[in-house]
Design a protein around this ligand. Structure first.
Ligand code: PXP
Length: 248
């Protein structure tokens, strides 16, 4: 069991979503990332999607040049994205499933079915010095496969847990939380570093932050939305406070 400091990675994709809605130059996700760092973010997460619906290639250039904390580069397992990651060599690469028609990353990666392709895919990223993370559901078979292909990190998908909470389906939420707890422990036992994220809010973050094996949370949509009302710095500080309270 581990209980080290829980890191907060702030996902700034949706600053770019607002910018792109008008095709303007603002708001600038790099500026948001710098502000997030000043407010206590331990890292910045950005997802360069195949369709460039939010983050652009130029944003990744800007983040790599400006950040003082690690960049967690989320990407699909495509050769285009692999080449971009190998050019930038970010601290971490998180492999996510991506469907063009989805609104957000709907589920975890299917590792079992694509085991040998993914093993070949991540090998050069590891050789380039990136920490490779696999975004995955709370599923033992998928976690074992992520371990076999040589990933150093798994990020557990908390979307279902958050959706059940929002729908008031508390029994289902608690069952999903129990699964996340058990699979965090299982993955840690295999020697994987465990992260978690997707859909987390002030209301849902604490039970996840309290899981002792979880070392990092990546949170975006709620933080950027809440910033409209409270500002980015205060929102990040409140998220940090809730995480620390749950950890203590
Ligand atoms: N982690 C991963 C792997 C993701 O794909 C996302 C969404 O891009 C997040 C965390 C953050 O999710 P949210 O924006 O819902 O907080």
């Amino acid at each position: 069991m581990t209980n080290g400091k829980l890191r907060l990675g702030v996902n700034i994709d949706h600053v770019a979503t607002v910018r792109n809605a008008r095709g303007s130059a603002y708001p600038d996700p790099v500026r948001a990332a710098k502000l997030a760092e000043e407010a206590g973010a331990d890292g910045i997460t950005a997802h360069l999607r195949e369709d460039r619906r939010h983050i652009s290639d130029a944003d990744i250039d800007g983040l790599m040049a400006a950040l003082t904390t690690p960049l967690n580069f989320e990407m699909a397992a495509t050769s285009e994205m692999q080449a971009i990651a190998l050019r930038h060599k970010p601290h971490a690469v998180c492999i996510v499933p991506e469907k063009r028609e989805e609104r957000t990353t709907e589920g975890g990666l299917e590792v079992v079915r694509e085991e040998s392709r993914l093993a070949d895919f991540i090998a050069p990223l590891r050789e380039a010095g990136c920490r490779v993370s696999i975004f995955i559901g709370a599923d033992q078979d998928q976690i074992e496969a992520a371990h076999r292909i040589g990933a150093q990190v798994i990020e557990l998908h908390t979307g279902a847990y958050c959706d059940f909470h929002a729908e008031g389906r508390f029994d289902a939420r608690d069952a999903e939380l129990a699964r996340l707890r058990e699979m965090a422990r299982f993955a840690h036992g295999l020697g994987l570093e465990v992260h978690a994220g997707h859909g987390l809010t002030f209301e849902t973050v604490q039970p996840i932050a309290a899981l002792p094996e979880v070392m990092e949370l990546n949170i975006g949509h709620f933080i950027i939305g809440e910033s409209i009302f409270s500002g980015l710095g205060p929102t990040i500080k409140e998220m940090r406070r809730l995480m620390d309270e749950a950890r203590a």
